[in-house]
Design a binder for this molecule. Structure first.
Ligand code: PLP
Length: 395
């Protein structure tokens, strides 16, 4: 976000706060989507990356990947049509699945992540009389999905499950892939899988693939070249034999860029030759994938309380408000004329930071969540929220 937009936010609201810039989000999504559309690929938003953005993503993606009853309820409140949801995840609770299938007459797409889930979905479809669309998730060697052989077996024996409509396969192997070489191997292997299925009499209609594209979080990372990356990826897709529909399931890549976290330096101390700056946020609010020992420098704007000229640069250890020595956001961060009362804007935190932190620790309040756009200005989406009641039995 530009400094003048941040200043507007700070005039109205105190830190700590997340601000999601919806104009930046829209610009990025339009670019990604229009490039991928040229090769007829659709987008699916893995909403775990930032559920607050579910409604804002609606005009730009065809689908939403939903992995819990809570995520499903968010989609219901955002009025996302169920047919656009891919109901995924390892723990599908029978009551939830039955409720969704019954209430929405079998609409939506469900992933199969185990033999038990295959049975659950088949039972649900039979019980309710609604046909259910399914994707079989292939495992990348972890607890998600099923073995390739089992996936092939399920797909080629699909006549045993006339109540299920087998749409295709889902595959996601991990995030922050720094190059496309693993992607190339994965697409090749999935292509071979689809060809083998075809030879065995089953046409895979759809491939729902999570590319796990990388976000350059740190100053030492090479900056992204979006057009080039998308072009290279599209080339890989064009090399595939697979002729069905491809949907790209993405979380981090589309949304990281639109998020900023605003936090104030509340204390400074010089201890044993080190400068410690305590901020009103902390590691429970910021999640930079790949940040080990707080050694890498993220992208941070420094909004100075009273900017004077000719001030010296000092290296600050920026620590949060939790009672743990682990609450070090970044070590040796260079600040010119840093002072108590200055605001630091941690950038590129639109993905995962708002939900992945240990927010209940120390019973500190949850920060505000704000949206910003030129048209709507600043919108308060979630006010500061106390956690002490969640953390105690004394109501
Ligand atoms: C099945 C699936 N698809 C997509 C994603 C989104 O991944 P990313 O944030 O790397 O884009 C995840 C993340 O965990 C996932 O589990």
């Amino acid at each position: 976000m530009k400094q003048q937009e941040i200043m507007k936010v700070l005039q109205e609201y105190h830190t700590p706060a997340y601000v999601f810039d919806l104009d930046a989000l829209a610009r990025r999504l339009k670019k990604i989507s229009s490039a991928l559309k040229q090769d007829k690929m659709d987008l699916c938003y893995a909403m775990k990356a930032n559920p607050f953005l579910t409604g804002a993503m609606e005009p730009f993606v065809e689908r939403f990947e939903v992995c819990s009853p809570g995520e499903f309820r968010i989609c219901e409140r955002e009025k996302i049509p169920v047919e656009r949801l891919v109901i995924s995840g390892v723990n599908k609770e029978p009551e939830d699945i039955l409720r969704i299938v019954t209430e929405y007459q079998g609409r939506g797409i469900f992933t199969i992540e185990s033999q038990q889930q295959l049975k659950l979905l088949s039972d649900c479809a039979r019980k309710t009389g609604y046909h259910i669309k399914v994707l079989v998730r292939i495992s990348s060697g972890n607890q998600f999905g099923v073995d390739r052989e089992l996936a092939m077996h399920i797909l080629t024996e699909q006549e045993k499950y006339p109540e299920l409509s087998f749409q295709g396969i889902q595959y996601y192997s991990g995030t922050q892939k720094k190059s496309l070489s693993l992607t190339e191997q994965e697409l090749k292997s999935l292509d071979e899988f689809c060809q083998e299925a075809e030879e065995k009499g089953h046409t895979v209609k759809e491939l729902e693939y999570g590319p796990g594209f990388c976000v350059p979080y740190f100053q030492s990372d090479s900056e992204e070249c979006l057009d080039e990356l998308l072009e290279e990826f599209r080339k890989l897709v064009r090399n595939m034999e697979f002729g069905g529909k491809i949907t790209l399931e993405m979380g981090r890549f589309p949304v990281a860029d639109c998020g900023s976290f605003l936090t104030t330096i509340v204390d400074r101390k010089d201890t044993q030759g080190q400068i410690y700056g305590i901020v009103d946020g902390g590691i429970h609010h910021l999640n930079y994938y790949g940040q080990t020992m707080a050694m890498k420098l993220p992208h941070v704007q420094h909004i100075s309380r009273d900017a004077a000229e000719n001030q010296a640069e000092e290296k600050w250890n920026l620590c949060g408000s939790l009672c743990t020595s682990a609450d070090v956001i970044v070590k040796q961060f260079p600040l010119i004329g840093g002072k108590v009362g200055d605001v630091l804007v941690f950038e590129r935190v639109g993905a995962y930071s708002v939900t992945e932190g240990i927010n209940l620790f120390l019973s500190r309040d949850l920060p505000k969540v704000l949206f910003y756009s030129d048209e709507q200005g600043i919108q308060l989406i979630r006010d500061t929220q106390e956690t002490d009641r969640i953390n105690s039995g004394n109501f």
